[in-house]
Design a protein around this ligand. Structure first.
Ligand code: PEP
Length: 246
């Protein structure tokens, strides 16, 4: 069985109002490829404007808080991003796990909040270079998955992204055989965690995906799409990745 491909752009802390035209150009390319799913996750400040400008296109957030409201200065809830126009949220990105000390338990709580708000979630997992060099990559990633996995998982709203930390923004990508091994291990782990329906949960690869390597990465078994950082910022870079998935 092959799942419908899913290509998601993570803009991180990049993008001002002037870049809404880039989102519109990407949405136009996505519209030509109805056989796959495409989304852009801009900074939270652009969600409402992007969703208004591109009403047929999926706009997501890069994070949200696990509570629906309360004394959490600077945070936004799943309900808030939904009201702004988001359809999904990335959760547990390695930059948040490192910089904001997010734990697996935090990511699990956020995923459950996102589900309760009726949004999609993309839970990120991935090993550091040291963990890979120590031969612990699969163990670390499966451990993160176990700790972050929501109780009521369902492929309708849940996606997993495997993002080796050492491949993010570095121009380095794992060997195809390592991607294959890891995605198979993630698939098996999802099977143990949720049973029926595990094969339908999409598993994205993320880490220095670009127009030149996307086709090969997307052809690996159990790679159901890509989570793309730097190469998602403009239509000329993101377009070839969308084309490769279609
Ligand atoms: C990311 O941070 O999710 C990512 C995959 O970044 P890049 O494509 O720039 O490596």
């Amino acid at each position: 069985m092959t799942n419908r491909k899913y290509i998601v752009g993570n803009w991180k802390m990049n993008g001002m109002q002037a870049q809404l035209s880039d989102i519109a150009a990407i949405a136009e390319i996505a519209e030509q490829h109805g056989e796959i799913d495409v989304a852009i996750c801009p900074p939270v400040t652009l969600i409402a404007a992007a969703a208004t400008k591109c009403p047929q296109f999926a706009i997501g957030a890069q994070d949200c808080h696990q509570s629906s409201s309360g004394a959490h200065t600077g945070c936004v809830s799943a309900e808030m991003i939904r009201e702004a126009g988001a359809l999904l949220s990335i959760l547990g990105h390695s930059e948040r796990r490192a910089d904001q000390y997010e734990t697996d338990a935090d990511v699990k709580a956020k995923a459950e909040a996102v589900k309760a708000a009726g949004l999609g979630a993309i839970i990120c997992v991935g090993e550091t270079e040291e963990e890979r060099d120590d031969g612990r990559a699969v163990e670390v990633v499966c451990g993160q998955l176990e700790g972050s996995f929501p109780d009521e998982a369902d492929a309708d709203w849940l996606t997993i992204a495997y993002e080796p930390v050492w491949a993010i923004g570095t121009g380095r990508v794992p060997e195809t055989s390592d991607v294959k091994e890891m995605h198979e291990a993630i698939r098996n782990k999802i099977g143990k965690l949720m049973g029926d329906g595990a094969e339908k949960v999409r598993i994205l690869y993320g880490g220095s995906m670009n127009g030149g390597n996307a086709a090969e990465l997307l052809s690996v078994p159990n790679v159901d799409g890509g989570l793309v950082g730097g190469s998602s910022l403009t239509a000329d870079k993101f377009g070839p990745i969308i084309d490769a998935a279609a």
